[in-house]
Design a protein around this ligand. Sequence first.
Ligand code: GRF
Length: 206
Amino acid sequence: MNVVYGTAMIPMAVLVSGGGTNLQALIDAAEAGVLSWGKIALVISSTPQAYALKRAAQHRIPAVIVERNQYHDAAAYDRAMLHTLEAHRIRLVVLAGFLAILGTPVIQAYKKRIINIHPSLLPAFGGRGYYGLKVHEAVLAQGVKVTGATVHYVDERVDGGEIIVQKTVEVLEGDTPEVLQKRVMEQAEWLLLPAAVELVCKLDTT
Ligand code: GRF
């Protein structure tokens, strides 16, 4: 299905590194008409292997690959990332399973315009080393009974920026990290991210 976007919609880039199920949730929300304040103008992948690129292609969303190892240092990588964002007139950057690190030049240029989804109730189980299944492994090791997902603004601290929205998910007896990860995605992430994007885009236009 093709989506006709209004001219006033906020152009956003979704940055990915993997499967892209959160990107898919945003695409589905756009196609269902529930993402009405922003449009996915670009997908940026940190690797050519990301399945998320196939999702973008299936929905005719422009996509580019910006790989850290193609640049000799972090500054050159940040310049390339900024150039890509600016060339596409991107106003909001959505990190959806993006595993590369954005440096200060990008974070400062897009202050309060970069958001990230994290699969726990931050500040718990966040920070360096907490990504992918490791988050859910730590949740189970700690024995907490409630986990969830968080969407937050990105600043220079890993998983440390201002929280926008959170949603809780129950941890159940016998959960494995994989089972818990799936429940957190289904019950929290895929609902929370489109809602947060809509909220942030709306704030930007009002
Ligand atoms: C999600 O759990 C997200 O919260 C985290 O990375 C994972 C990405 O999954 N930041 P996907 O690529 O969207 O399927």
